[in-house]
Design a protein around this ligand. Sequence first.
Ligand SMILES: Cc1ncc(COP(=O)(O)O)c(C=O)c1O
Length: 430
Amino acid sequence: MNKETLEKYPDLINLTKQEPYLWINPDKKPVSMVLPKLSVSFDDMVDASMRLKRFAPFLTELFPELKKSDGIIESELLFAEKLLEKQFQNIPGKLIIKADHALPVAGSVKARGGIYEVLLFAEETAKKHGLLKENESYIRLLDEDVKNCFKKYTVSVGSTGNLGISIGVTAKTLGFASKVHMSIEAKEWKKERLRDKGVEVVEHKSDYSKAVYEGRKAALNNPNEYFVDDENSLPLFLGYSVAALRLKEQLKKKEINVNIENPLFVYLPCGVGGAPCGIAFGLKQVFGDDVHCFFAEPMQSPCMMLGLITGFENNLSVYDIGLTNQTCADGLAVSAPSVLAGTLIKNLISGSFTVADETLYEELKKLYELEKIRIEPSAAAGFVGPKYLTSESGQKYLKENNIDLTNSTHILWTTGGSLVPEIEFHNFLR
Ligand SMILES: Cc1ncc(COP(=O)(O)O)c(C=O)c1O
């Protein structure tokens, strides 16, 4: 890293020390000052949620696994009592797991946003060809003439794996051709799973940012190809944000209040940022200043923290500050953040922290042993979040924000893992 950059952003030195680090956002402001100025609103999120509701009967026809939830793709809230007992004795409050590792269809947090964007594209394409009228039921999209139209289009994406599964499986099931550009860290089983579904997998020897770049470029040559741009997609962002509206209902059912005396802390694994920023945006819309969202990133790939510290000004990547982007958290192995998602969240997020790879494996193992829940390494990144609150910077954050943790709730967002094959999972444990 050059001297000028370091002088301008002294916080960056902490990212290069190869030690776990909690960064507290000095630019966080009350929601009343931030939300009205954003280009995306509460109504946009509600619109996405309504569209997903309208699509629910259609999705039930397409994915039989969605019958029991009436076509809504949502995960459970799980009380992690054993984990709380063993791991978090000195942190008061409730500990809950938001089980996105088991989201239907795609087995990861990428299901909500990915499926939403493919559905939106399907709706627009059908309308463009006069095959779907305004307010007509989406069941119409099951008809043969619509399928014949869809098969002329390709939906493509660049991915470290999980977004590829979400987009590839959905696009293919709807009748589109599908192509997934996979970065070097993408796991072999994820590629196999896609090939088995008839999705074309393009393997890149480069990292995620380059795979996205190549995918985007290739799509430009084909007027019938729609590229889902993980670095730059509002539909993805809105699809993810819907989780917040649903979480509100889930917490209400469990009689968990969120207000100034009952603050909510949410720890979100972060790669390029689309999913965690979308969820955090939704949470701030729903719970306002009573929710405190933190991102969790691998020590070698803290791209969102880098973007937040530098105000997304210089397009720096983790390589520019001497990090390797090598991590066992394949879903979080991203060298540069989404500027779109990061800019929307930069005054709302409480902070971001880094996690060592060894810790990811340890947390994954503990969760399995104590709660019999299987997650992948990326999904374990948030687990150290509550402990960070006991650190000096964590305590300072609590004090400055007048937060009493006595009646707090902490949500560990487990973002992927239910599709991991048995043998891979046992390798993680080993
Ligand atoms: C398991 C898992 N968790 C979290 C993320 C982070 O999502 P994003 O890249 O949108 O920040 C990913 C991304 O692929 C993932 O696969």
